[in-house]
Every structure is written in C-alpha cells, then in structure tokens.
Design a protein around this ligand. Structure first.
Ligand code: CP
Length: 308
C-alpha cells in the first residue's frame, strides 16, 4: 500500500494503522535525505503550500517550513496578527483568497478545536492540522511515534505514560489515538483535576501516582502545564504541581529500569521536568524535534500524491 486513505491530515482519529505506518516508513527515508550533505529533493517542486498560524508556534512552524524547503515546495507564510483577519475577514474568506493565488496545500494552527475539520469541509485544498486548540496535533503524535519506534524498534506492546495537563492537551489526545492504533499501551498521570472525566472510555488507564506510573512505563511523555488554556486554577501552585508531578533526576535515577523521556516542547524547566532530566541521556527531546522535519516531509509528500 503506497497512498494514504485520506485527502487531509485533520487528526490521528481520522487515519488508520496503515496510514501511520506509511507515514513513519516514508519519514525514515526522508530522515536519511536530511542527513546528507545536500538535504534537498525536488519531490514537491510543483506544489505551493501556505502556512497559516493563528496561534504561536516555534517548533511546528519552523519544522513545516524547513520540511517544505527540503522538498523544494514554494511556500507563503501567514501571521494572523498582521493580516486582514484583524479587519473582520472570516477564516473561509481568508483561506479562499489565499487559494485564489494558486496554493495547493494549507498547514494551519488555530486556537479553536475543530478549525481544521471545519475548513476542510469548506475549501478546495489539502488541509494539514498543525494543532487546533485542545483537540488534536497529529504531526506531533506522528513524530513522537517515529521517535519511540526509532529508539525501541517497535511501538507494539510498549508502555507509554503521558504525564501532566491531559485536560488541555491536543498532544495527549493525538498521542493516545496514534499509540493505541500502533499497538502500544497508554496510561495518563496527573492531578485528578487535569484528567478528563471520561478518558478511560478511550481505553486509557489513569494513574494518579507519578512514581507508580514511571515504574510501569517504557516511555514517559512529560507535558507542559497549559496555563494559557486554564480559565480557573486546577492546582494550588506550580511549586506543588512540580513536587507531585514534576520529574527530577533523583526520581528518574531511583526507578528500577531505564526509561525514555519525551516532551513535545516548549519546556517549562523546573515545573514538569528539571533541567538535568531534560538534558540527560535518557531524554530524546531534541531527537523528537529533529524527527519532526522528516515526519512533516512525509505527510506533505504523501498528501501531494493525492492532488489531481
Ligand atoms: N510542540 C509544539 O507544538 O511546539 P510549538 O507550539 O512551538 O509549535
């Protein structure tokens, strides 16, 4: 099988195991390309991509831009803060105007959950969701899956705990869908107030004790506390959060086995993870970022194959 079952990447919920395997295998080839002295291939030289970021981003935005350059695509970048959205233009009008300039593919980050699905139903373009509110962040989950597979050989049967602010996290939801489709076991860990009430209906187990969760897992994915999405206080203080759910070197070194440490970024050093853990040889945080370029190259290359 060499093509995706979908025309857009809106979320991991909408793709199947074959799609995920195809993206990861294609990304493996692109990882070899970007480690060559000449990092560029002509694969998307006839494609134009618009990067629409309505919300802040460092990793995802730069990673998509670099992936487009490595594939020889033409790109245009759009920042909501300096656009006519500020004058009251709708999302659909904005995107249709950009598409009128012969753009083939749209990468969009938006603060509203469902924004990418909404757009895909209303405009004639390939849409890639680069994170929509607290809903999904599919390319983050794919690069996380790629990074785990690269380190552990497979995802099947591996135990992954996602720690922290699960309630406000698009990374958590996309990771849960992706890891489960690939045969991994997933637990979530964090303060009860930051665990969604019905999360167990997704086939995920809940562990409120961080040490027990870490003793169980092969990989710990430490999430950032998303203060910008929290309208009320979910725990007394960051200091208390960090005492109960922060990972420090003493705790990591006291575990009975060696686990991998991941973080999607941006890191709040000293809150969810201490610097000596983030920078330790068990951390694959920067490898996740490196792999993000190859994974995004694979996603755009495979979706472009469906442009006619
Ligand atoms: N991981 C992630 O999405 O980071 P950015 O918000 O910097 O893109």
């Amino acid at each position: 099988m060499s093509s995706l079952s979908v025309n857009h990447l809106l979320g991991i919920k909408y793709i199947n195991k074959n799609d995920i395997e195809l993206i990861l295998d294609t990304a493996q080839n692109f990882k070899e390309v970007i480690n060559r002295p000449i990092k560029k291939v002509p694969s998307l030289r006839d494609i134009t991509v618009a990067n629409l970021f309505f919300e802040n981003s460092t990793r995802t935005k730069l990673s998509f831009e670099l992936a487009q350059k490595r594939l020889s695509a033409d790109t245009v970048n759009f920042a909501a803060s300096s656009s006519s959205v500020k004058k009251g233009e709708t999302l659909v009008d904005t995107v249709n105007n950009i598409l009128a300039m012969k753009v083939d593919m749209v990468v969009m980050r938006h603060a509203n959950p469902g924004a990418a699905v909404f757009l895909a139903k209303r405009v004639k373009s390939k849409i890639i969701n680069a994170g929509d509110g607290a809903h999904e962040h599919p390319t983050q989950a794919l690069l996380d899956a790629f990074s785990i597979r690269e380190k552990l050989g497979t995802l099947k049967g591996k135990k992954i705990v996602i720690v922290g602010d699960i309630l406000h996290s698009r990374v958590a939801l996309s990771n849960i869908f992706c890891l489960q489709k690939m045969g991994a076991e997933v637990k979530v860990c964090g303060p009860q107030t930051l665990i969604p009430k019905h999360i167990e209906s997704l086939g995920v187990k809940v562990e409120l004790n961080l040490r027990k969760a870490l003793e169980w897992c092969d990989v710990a994915n430490m999430l950032r506390i998303q203060l910008e999405r929290q309208d009320i206080k979910y725990f007394p203080s960051l200091r208390e959060y960090s005492m109960l759910y922060g990972l420090n070197k003493e705790l990591l070194d006291s575990l009975s086995k060696r686990i991998l440490i991941m973080h999607p970024g941006p890191i709040n050093r000293g809150v969810e993870i201490t610097s000596d853990v983030a920078d330790s040889d068990q951390s694959i945080i920067l490898e996740q970022v490196e792999n993000g370029v190859a994974v995004r190259m694979a996603v755009m290359f495979l979706l472009a194959g469906r442009i006619n």
